[in-house]
Design a protein around this ligand. Structure first.
Ligand SMILES: Nc1ncnc2c1ncn2[C@@H]1O[C@H](COP(=O)(O)OP(=O)(O)OP(=O)(O)O)[C@@H](O)[C@H]1O
Ligand SMILES: [Mg+2]
Length: 287
């Protein structure tokens, strides 16, 4: 995927304080999506689990900083979170929680207002902390907040890969397009290179519907933005997807072969194809 901009700063916050994200020693994927409740956290968790299942070491970072819930969905009770590290009460590595599934989690806090919109100093500390942690991992997967707030756009602009999760719902698709458009505008404003996001259709009836949606959105993006976002995958609506996460026994870790696990496996394989692990591990990959 493309390199990212070093000079970008979202207009709401002029300091390019996330520049240290470019020093991450492993590829950084942001799972985002525009609309709330479309399955960003679910997909981010399962992607991390899938990478771990195939032998990689992923770090899953809760970047939904104001309303974090990765820990809740994984049944974790972290003693310290990103909020403590940002407040200088501990190191970032002290907040990392090991799970039984091979995924390490850097949790955030919910309801901490300062986290919902980071100031420049906090952004720089977070980026430095992630850069330091990343050397121990093959992949850093970020679970993003909904919307096109300054932090979401800044994380996306500095990521190696951006996965935009949508559902077939028209409002979710409009928000997915809105997010891609906002990123495209940012790239043009700053003269920087921002990765073209890939699309993930959650709650899809089947692969054909996901393909249709992918083609439609790509067509609109090619026409109005000169961007050509590809379809990275899809997932059906499934009570199993929903019920398997709390309690920390996600189904993807099991041996059952279902459509759901096939879809998630395909996503994990795609990410590993884009960034083969030997390359991912190379120190200095990102300069
Ligand atoms: N494929 C699916 N099948 C069934 N339920 C799903 C699926 N994907 C997500 N869900 C359920 O939808 C709800 C919202 O999912 P999730 O929290 O992952 O969305 P989100 O985009 O991260 O939301 P937010 O914007 O609040 O962060 C959850 O209850 C989750 O279990
Ligand atoms: Mg979420």
């Amino acid at each position: 995927m493309s390199a990212t901009s070093t000079s970008f700063a979202p207009s709401a916050s002029p300091a390019p304080a996330f520049a240290a994200l470019q020093r991450l020693r492993s590829p950084f994927f942001l799972v985002t999506g525009g609309k709330g409740g479309v399955g960003k956290t679910t997909v981010a968790i399962h992607l991390a689990l899938e990478l771990a299942r195939s032998g990689a070491r992923p770090l899953l970072v809760d970047l939904d900083l104001g309303l974090a819930n990765v820990d809740v969905l994984l049944g974790l009770s972290p003693k310290r979170t990103l909020a403590d590290a940002l407040a200088g009460l501990c190191r970032f590595e002290d907040c990392v929680v090991e799970t039984a599934h091979g995924v390490d989690v850097l949790p955030a806090s919910s309801g901490v207002r300062e986290l919902a919109q980071l100031d420049a100093a906090a952004r720089a500390r977070l980026a430095d902390g992630l850069a330091e942690l990343s050397s121990a991992y093959d992949y850093v997967i970020g679970d993003s907040a909904a919307g096109i707030g300054a932090d979401v756009l800044a994380f996306a602009a500095h990521a190696d890969g951006v996965l935009v999760v949508t559902t077939p719902d028209a409002a979710a698709l409009a928000d997915a397009y809105g997010l891609i458009k906002a990123l495209d505008e940012l790239a043009r404003e700053r003269g920087g290179d921002v990765p073209t996001p890939e699309l993930f259709v959650n709650l899809s009836d089947d692969g054909e519907q996901a393909d249709r949606i992918g083609r439609k959105l790509r067509g609109v993006c090619e026409r109005f933005l000169s961007r050509s976002p590809r379809l990275a995958g899809w997932l059906p609506r499934s009570s199993w997807v929903r019920s398997s996460l709390p309690g920390g026994r996600p189904f993807v870790h099991g041996v059952r072969r279902t459509l759901e696990s096939h879809c998630l496996r395909a996503l994990g394989e795609r990410v590993q194809r884009l960034f083969p692990r030997s390359e991912a591990r190379l120190a200095g990959l990102k300069g």
